[in-house]
Write a protein that binds this ligand. Structure first.
Ligand code: TMP
Length: 240
C-alpha cells in the first residue's frame, strides 16, 4: 500500500489516502506542541517511537478484544489504518491526580484516586478543546447514547489493560487521552495514538516522568525519556 495524497496534517502526524478508500496511511512526525500549539519544538526520533509504541499497544488491545483502527506497520514512521470519522472528543482517563485535574480540583499531583475517572474535551482548537459533559455531548449530537456508552466502556477496559501492562514494565500509568472513530458501518473503534505524547507514564520506583511532560514543563532529558519508555515496552511486550 502506498501514499496517494495528503488528506490532513496535524500537530504530530500526517494522514494520506491510499489506493483503498477504506484505508489510510498515518505518518508520525518529530514535531511536538503543547498548550494548544503555543509551545513548539521537535523531539528527535519521537515519530519513530510513537509509531512503534502506539502500534504495539493497539496490537495488545486487539488481542484483549478491543477494536482499533490499526491494520499494519509499514515502516518506522508509517502505519496503515482503517479510515474512520473521528468522534471529536478527547477521552481522558485518570488513575492518579496530575496536570489539569490536579489544578482544577486543588489536589496534589501524585495522589492516587479512589477509582479511575473519565472526562471529555470537545476537540476544537479554536475553542482550546473545552471540557464537555455527557449531556452536552448528546445535546450537540457529537455522539449518540450508544456510541458514548461504547466509548466509556472501552476507555475503562483499555485503562485496565494498559495499567497492567505498564506495571509489568515498572511504570505507573497516571493518565492518558484516547480518541475514537466510527467505521463506515458505524462501529466505534479506538483511533489516533497511544504514546508518551498522550499518556503520563512515571517510573514506579522513582516517579521519574517518562513522557511528554518533560517537554511541556521544560524538565530536560526529553529524548532520553522517550527512548527509556520504548526500551521498557520492548522488553515486556512479548509476555503481555
Ligand atoms: P491534562 O492533565 O493536561 O488534562 O492531560 C491529561 C492527559 O491527556 C495527559 O496524559 C496528557 C494527555 N493530553 C493529550 O494527549 N493531548 C492534549 O492536548 C492534552 C491537553 C492532554
Amino acid at each position: 500500500m502506498t501514499k496517494k495524497e495528503q488528506l490532513y496534517e496535524g500537530k504530530a502526524k500526517k494522514v494520506f489516502t491510499t489506493e483503498d478508500p477504506s484505508l489510510l496511511i498515518v505518518s508520525y512526525k518529530d514535531d511536538a506542541t503543547a498548550f494548544n500549539g503555543l509551545k513548539k519544538g521537535t523531539i528527535a526520533g519521537k515519530g519513530i517511537i510513537n509509531n512503534r509504541m502506539s502500534n504495539a499497544l493497539m496490537r495488545l488491545l486487539e488481542k484483549k478484544g478491543i477494536p482499533t483502527h490499526y491494520v499494519e506497520e509499514l515502516s518506522d514512521r508509517d502505519t496503515l489504518v482503517k479510515r474512520v470519522s473521528i468522534v471529536p472528543l478527547e477521552v481522558i482517563v485518570r488513575n492518579i491526580a496530575a496536570g489539569s485535574f490536579a489544578k482544577h480540583y486543588g489536589v496534589e499531583e501524585g495522589k492516587l484516586l479512589a477509582c479511575p475517572t473519565i472526562e471529555f474535551s470537545y476537540k476544537n482548537d479554536a475553542l482550546s478543546d473545552p471540557l464537555i459533559n455527557d449531556c452536552h455531548i448528546l445535546a450537540l449530537q457529537i455522539a449518540t447514547e450508544k456510541e458514548l456508552n461504547d466509548i466509556k466502556t472501552y476507555a475503562f477496559r483499555i485503562n485496565e489493560e494498559l495499567k497492567k501492562f505498564w506495571a509489568s514494565c515498572g511504570v505507573t500509568l497516571v493518565d492518558f487521552k484516547l480518541e475514537f472513530g466510527k467505521l463506515a458501518d458505524g462501529t466505534i473503534v479506538l483511533a489516533d495514538e497511544i504514546s508518551p505524547d498522550t499518556c503520563r507514564l512515571w517510573d514506579s520506583a522513582t516517579k521519574e516522568k517518562l513522557d511528554k511532560d518533560r517537554f511541556r514543563r521544560d524538565l530536560g532529558g526529553v529524548e532520553d525519556a522517550y527512548h527509556e519508555i520504548m526500551k521498557r515496552l520492548e522488553e515486556h511486550i512479548s509476555e503481555a
